[in-house]
Write a protein that binds this ligand. Structure first.
Ligand code: AMP
Ligand code: ZN
Ligand code: FE
Ligand code: FE
Length: 290
């Protein structure tokens, strides 16, 4: 059953295919009434998203961000919600992350040239409006005819163990939780499937509990009912709110779900809002009039 809440969405400002305006309009048309734009390491889409949301009296928009962090052998993504995204110190740190993403993406283009799958930096940039990421490189690989799909680009070259992979600047999960909290935000651990499969989820949850994490994605994209039961039990055990989202990018991957096409119940979302009200960071959101 679709949800009226979707706390994890991407736009062209990172690696989504819809502008913030088109994303807000699509989410609303799909029945979403509580949404968050969570672009990768960047908040530059939020002004446009808030403008677009102002057309809809009954739409609540939470300012968000998805930040990439690392543990040995795995990437860990953490969403920040209700952030004071205009904070200048915060924006300075994000600019630094953007710069390091650019350097890393250029190195990946060099690796692909060495691997005999040449793409140009211009071709990558043609797909990127803001934060550059591997999906833009994947699209350039499809465009150049080296692979048939974005998924194939990841499978053959760009995944963490792929031959063209270059690491981002490494950040510890605790540092990212602190950064989110420094601008009043609440932090949620994203898509735990890979970490669970690697056997490293519980140790990470211990660390994140100590760091002040609030939620964990349980109702995510293509997660099965069995997976949801597993992750919900872990969230309950550690005292994290079971949250989630579609992680909609509009790239047309088989695992893609439309905005709101997840089974996220409203109760944990309401509890999340209660915490934001208590801390005062609710003021960074646009709350529906009705
Ligand atoms: P980056 O931030 O540049 O490391 O890119 C990470 C993004 O790439 C993720 O947020 C996903 O959108 C996308 N991604 C990662 N792995 C895959 C995959 N196997 N297939 C398709 N997209 C992926
Ligand atoms: Zn992404
Ligand atoms: Fe992610
Ligand atoms: Fe995401």
């Amino acid at each position: 059953m679709p949800s009226i809440a979707d706390l994890h969405l991407h736009s062209t400002i990172s690696d989504g295919r819809l502008t913030p305006t088109a994303l807000v309009d699509l989410a609303y048309a799909k029945g979403v009434r509580i949404m968050s734009l969570t672009d990768h390491d960047i908040v530059d889409g939020l002004t446009e998203a808030f403008d677009a949301a102002s057309k809809y009296d009954d739409l609540t928009l939470i300012p968000g961000i998805e930040m990439s962090t690392d543990v040995p052998g795995n990437e860990v993504h953490i969403n920040g919600h209700f952030i004071d995204w205009r904070d200048e110190t915060f924006q300075g740190k994000l600019r630094h992350l953007q710069d390091s993403r650019l350097g890393r993406a250029r190195k990946m283009v060099d690796r692909l040239v060495e691997l005999g799958k040449p793409i140009t930096w211009d071709a990558v940039q043609a797909f990127a409006d803001g934060a550059v990421g591997r999906p833009h490189i994947a699209l350039a690989l499809v465009d150049a005819g080296h692979v048939a799909s974005v998924n194939e680009a990841f499978d053959l070259y760009l995944s963490r163990t792929g031959p063209a992979y270059v690491e981002r600047e490494r950040l510890d999960p605790e540092d990212v939780v602190s950064l989110i909290q420094s601008v009043g935000g609440l932090a949620t651990l994203n898509h735990p499937r890979e970490l669970y499969a690697a056997g490293s989820l519980e140790a990470l949850l211990e660390r994140l509990k100590a760091a002040g994490l609030t939620g964990m994605e349980v109702y995510y994209q293509d997660y099965t009912p069995d997976e949801i039961v597993t992750y919900k039990a872990l969230a309950d055990r550690f005292g994290f709110l079971p949250l989630g989202g579609s992680d909609y990018h509009g790239l047309g991957n088989p695992q893609q779900r439309d905005p709101g096409d997840i089974s996220l119940p409203i109760e944990p979302v309401n509890a999340y809002f209660d915490l934001a009200r208590k801390s005062g960071s609710i003021r960074h959101a646009r709350v529906a009039h009705s």
